[in-house]
Design a binder for this molecule. Structure first.
Ligand code: 13P
Length: 283
């Protein structure tokens, strides 16, 4: 069933856990996420990011995502990840997405907040929710960051409090040491940043981007400090890729294209079942 992100986040705040947010980069990833959620009985957020436009365009993915969420046996929020501007966010809301992320974090503070406030106004007209980002979340897809100091990107708690006041967002993505993609070196998370931002914003649900590649303890510690939504993609995609390599080797020339889809979906599903259980903090 289709759910609102704010409801899932409120439930997580109550239980002291986090909800997984998984990217619909392909039909296989989307279906694997739905199957993992139904297997675990846990709700989640199904999202589409502009970075995946080349694999499945947003306008093609959106109706499928909404249909998958509607038919799911567990609550599923349908979300735009890293919305690049107001128009894209409005478009997702027009299509029926229950939440959007406006990512104006590369802009100066005042401009970032002004755009987010506009998106919140638009979303609230339809009862939808908004995530925004403060501090920046560097990409390290091909190691392009080189040598970098994570502290340069951290979110400042005084700014976060002001940002919430100016925008009224429902969730805030913060920077505390994670990066998108594969880590070059073992990441060190600044848990004190989460703690300070959470306190300064009165317990606003905080979002971790770049969930792939962290240890179980990293996840548990971040959740215990106030992370309520975890964006996780790359390691699920790698699990799917590994399964495809194996099926190619096993079947050789008799391989048919649907074998690839089936093997990838199964492997991604297994990976997502593990992280969903971890994020739920049960046991
Ligand atoms: P990873 O691919 O590093 O898990 O990050 C996913 C993400 O943050 C999507 O917004």
């Amino acid at each position: 069933m289709i759910a609102k992100m704010s409801e899932l986040l409120a439930e997580c705040t109550k239980k002291g856990c986090a909800v997984g947010a998984f990217n619909f980069s392909t039909l296989e990833y989307g279906r694997a996420a739905i199957e993992a959620a139904e297997e675990t009985g846990l709700p989640f957020i199904l999202q589409h990011a502009p970075a995946h436009e080349k694999y499945v365009p947003f306008d093609m993915a959106a109706p499928i995502m909404l249909q998958l969420a509607k038919e799911a046996k567990v609550p599923v929020a349908v979300h735009l990840d890293h919305g690049t501007d107001f128009d894209l966010c409005k478009h997702a809301l027009d299509l029926g997405f229950t939440s959007v992320m406006i990512d104006s974090s590369a802009l100066p503070f005042e401009e970032n907040a002004a755009i987010a406030a506009e998106v919140v106004k638009e979303a609230k007209k339809r009862g939808a929710d908004v995530e925004a980002e403060l501090g920046s979340m560097p990409h390290n897809f091909n190691g392009e960051l080189g040598e970098y100091s994570p502290e340069d990107f951290y979110t400042r708690s005084e700014e976060a409090a002001k940002y919430l006041e100016l925008t009224g967002v429902d969730a805030l993505a913060i920077s505390f040491g994670t990066v998108h993609g594969v880590y070059k070196a073992k990441p060190t998370l600044a848990l004190d940043v989460i703690e300070r931002v959470s306190k300064a914003t009165g317990g606003l649900p905080l979002v971790m981007h770049g969930g792939s590649g962290l240890s179980d303890d990293d996840f548990r510690n971040a959740i215990s400090k106030g992370i309520r939504k975890i964006n996780y993609y790359t390691y699920g995609a790698l699990a799917g890729g590994k399964a495809v390599c194996e099926i190619v080797k096993e079947k050789g020339a008799s391989l048919q294209i649907h074998d690839v889809a089936v093997a990838a979906t199964k492997a991604i599903r297994e990976d997502l079942v593990n992280v969903m259980k971890l994020f739920s903090m049960e046991g």
